[in-house]
Design a protein around this ligand. Sequence first.
Ligand SMILES: Nc1ncnc2c1ncn2[C@@H]1O[C@H](COP(=O)(O)OP(=O)(O)OP(=O)(O)O)[C@@H](O)[C@H]1O
Length: 240
Amino acid sequence: MYNEKGAHKLNVNVQKRLGTTLIKVAFEVPEEGITVLYGHSGAGKTSVINMLSGLITPDSGTISLNGKVLFDSATKINIPTHKRRAGYIFQDKRLFPFMSVRKNLLFGCRNKKNDKMVLTNIAELLGIADLLDRKPDSLSGGEGQRVAIGRALLSQPEYLLMDEPLSSLDQQRKNELIPYIKQIPDKFNVPVILVTHSYEEAAYLADHIVLLDGGEVTCNGTSEQILPQISCQSPLSFAV
Ligand SMILES: Nc1ncnc2c1ncn2[C@@H]1O[C@H](COP(=O)(O)OP(=O)(O)OP(=O)(O)O)[C@@H](O)[C@H]1O
């Protein structure tokens, strides 16, 4: 299924002690489409994406993306967060309230030469072109989250990390935002690693699923392989 771009992988093999919890995860996923990190509260999902972004430093192990080493405890490589080229979308949007949507979008813009054209394209694809002169506090939750996604994409990330991007939204806003997230890998050519503990979100969005439990990976495969296994784990469904 992934043979053509099969060489493009995210490889993670890290350990990290956080208080009494030991996060000890090893997985390899295709660096394309949407990979969902799925598991109960406390399973270690946020800790894993924080290690991918560089916000948390593993105690030991390696992280590499398309053969590029981001972290390797043995050789003491630890690419700092600002050089990892990761876009990060949090549960809350973290937009600058005093700036217009346009200024929020331009804030992270990497390509200053073409910024207006790139911004217009991204704004249209995310359905926020009519909101550019508005301030964040006048936006709905879903609109604000689309602006946060646009800002992350304008930084031209090599990968996009999304930590429960839908969890602060009501069902109607979730339904609006989900199709925009689904199209990101194809339209923007950026792989997405998304954390959720909602079965429905995983079922709709995931190309690939890494199942976490107690700080460890219990399953890793395509959504077709993994979804039947998690659909019978009832407490996770609609937990958000
Ligand atoms: N800085 C820390 N110090 C001590 N324990 C921590 C720290 N950060 C995380 N933990 C613990 O590590 C475990 C994994 O936390 P993490 O936030 O990664 O889980 P999660 O799967 O993202 O959970 P949730 O879905 O509730 O956000 C939890 O038991 C948490 O309490």
